[in-house]
Write a protein that binds this ligand. Structure first.
Ligand code: BG6
Length: 513
């Protein structure tokens, strides 16, 4: 972590996202630049940084991909996803200034000659833009080619920093492996070429404002932390529900499924942030040391506990917002008898002093009734009820991550009138009312951190592996047995009935979506 990154994010008077100091000039080399992720997420994020004066004006972005394209075509395709109309940042002059810094390089990911040429091109860019040899490689390709790119970068002598004053870093997209063995193999491969301090394994959930706010909420306030343990908390529920289906990603999703795609990464990241101990400092080592301890405290699944505590589902045809939508097996590119999970739910135990006996219920799925991501802390009931009324709910503290962003605390209040009747009410904090809607894309936050050398919100080798170690027995148990009769939930519902049984068996229930 460099000195700049150690200081609190500098902001100017013009708005919370404007940087007081642009980052170091650098070349960003984006592998997979013609793909969907690059165009839809990464280009807008980089533009957002440029627009908010966070990128050095002389930065260069070099797109690298197999598709043949001219620089102009690349600029045009990147321009399609930049803000338009009334959107913040829809400023033609700024957009064309940004696009001018984009160049394109056609090459194969395992072609040594292409990487030699890339090395020469980077030397030229360094001189032309005065980039001081700073380089950020971004792996946004399909995961199958990660190791080819890394190998070629190493052979072309591009993985070491050019001198004491310059830096070379690499961002690696998820999925980082598809099981523990492949994640270990990938880590080994990357670590042959780069030092751990150069490697930024990205999980875009960690760049979301509200996810970062979980740390502030817990460790920047004195009032909640004393309650944050087994003495006061009955259970924790984490939901990442999407109403979208598999969209145009069937080729990838058929090899992944909800457990690999969402639970192993985003949902376990949220779980670690809820469950971790307070770090001594807010820096990459301290925060990540605490997160790994949580992952290592999670009770390993066995074949027996998988059948009892884990549920998988797949959506059938249904209705979302009154519109008929096809089932997963009818989506383009999906096998008609596919057994891929589009929903997964599980009960998890964190076996440590703080969480002993507190179940964590996690779920994520596609084509559910509502898009909604939240972390709900459900408190124990009052030990003895002296009032009558409808307060059958436990007190809850809900951290809403998306689409509404905020925090709400529910508790019982007296209903006005002559009787002592009690009813649940809510105290609500909404981001948009207090700060305005948060518009900074998660990717912008994370790329900005990486360019500034701050790895706090990125994954370390050990924690990626620990997350895979947890889900591996689930995936293996599923792979060794026939899937339940799929589809087992209609699109537009809250998920399969078996998921309700998971909480129901413990006398609890999921919060409605
Ligand atoms: C991605 C998954 O990592 O996260 C997608 O691969 C999923 O399947 C997406 O749709 C969800 O991200 P967000 O930010 O839209 O909640």
């Amino acid at each position: 972590m460099n000195a700049q990154a150690a200081s609190p994010a500098a902001v100017s008077q013009t708005g919370p996202y404007f940087c007081e100091m642009p980052s170091d000039p650098c070349a960003i080399i984006m592998f997979g630049a013609s793909g969907d992720l690059a165009r839809r997420k990464l280009m807008p994020a980089l533009y957002d940084l440029a627009f908010h004066s966070c990128l050095a004006p002389s930065f260069r972005l070099l797109g690298f991909a197999r598709t043949k394209m001219s620089d102009d075509d690349f600029r045009k395709s990147a321009g399609e996803f930049l803000p338009k109309g009334q959107e913040e940042g829809a400023d033609d002059a700024k957009k064309s200034e940004f696009l001018k810094n984009l160049q394109y390089f056609t090459g194969d990911y395992d072609d040594a000659a292409a990487f030699q040429n890339l090395a020469k091109r980077l030397e030229e860019l360094d001189k032309e833009g005065g980039l001081g040899g700073n380089r950020l490689f971004y792996l946004a390709t399909p995961p199958e080619v990660y190791t080819h790119v890394i190998q070629q970068l190493k052979q072309a002598n591009l993985t070491k920093s050019k001198g004491d004053k310059s830096w070379t870093r690499i961002i690696i997209e998820k999925p980082f492996g598809r099981d523990l063995a492949s994640a270990k193999a990938l880590n080994a491969k990357v670590l042959e070429a780069f030092d751990e301090s150069q490697i930024y394994r990205i999980d875009h959930y960690l760049g979301k404002e509200t996810v970062q706010n979980m740390l502030v909420f817990r460790f920047g306030n004195g009032i909640f932390e004393p309650l944050w343990n087994r003495n006061y908390i009955d259970s924790v529920q984490i939901t990442a529900a999407e109403s979208l289906g598999v969209e145009r990603r069937a080729a990838f999703y058929e090899t992944a499924g909800a457990m690999r795609d969402m639970i192993q990464s985003h949902v376990l990241q949220l779980t670690s942030l809820v469950a971790m101990e307070a770090p001594a400092r807010f820096d990459a080592t301290s925060v990540r040391n605490e997160k790994i301890k949580v992952l290592q405290s999670m009770r390993p699944f066995t074949a027996e506990s998988v059948w009892k505590d884990v549920v998988r589902g797949q959506y059938g045809p249904g209705q979302i917002n009154g519109k008929a939508v096809p089932g997963y097996r009818q989506e383009p590119g999906v096998k008609p008898d596919s057994s891929t999970d589009t929903f997964a739910a599980l009960k998890l135990h964190v076996d440590n002093w703080r969480w002993s006996g507190v179940p964590f219920y996690l779920r994520s799925g596609k084509r559910l009734a509502q898009p909604h991501t939240e972390v709900a802390i459900l408190f124990k009931r009052a030990p003895h009820m002296v009032f009558r009324g409808e307060n059958t709910e436990t007190n809850s503290l809900v951290l809403n991550i998306q689409p509404e962003e905020g925090i709400s605390l529910s508790f019982g209040a007296k209903t006005p009138g002559s009787q002592m009747l009690i009813r649940p009410v809510e105290m609500d904090f909404q981001y948009k009312n207090t700060f305005g809607a948060s518009t900074r894309p998660a990717y912008a936050t994370l790329i900005n951190d990486c360019i500034r050398g701050d790895a706090t919100l990125f994954d370390r080798a050990d924690s990626v592996e620990a997350a895979w170690a947890l889900v591996d027995p689930i995936l293996n148990t599923w792979a060794g047995a026939a899937a339940p009769p799929f589809p087992n939930y209609p699109a537009g519902s809250d998920g399969p009935r078996a998921a309700d049984d998971l909480t129901g068996a413990d006398g609890r229930h999921w919060r409605p979506l």
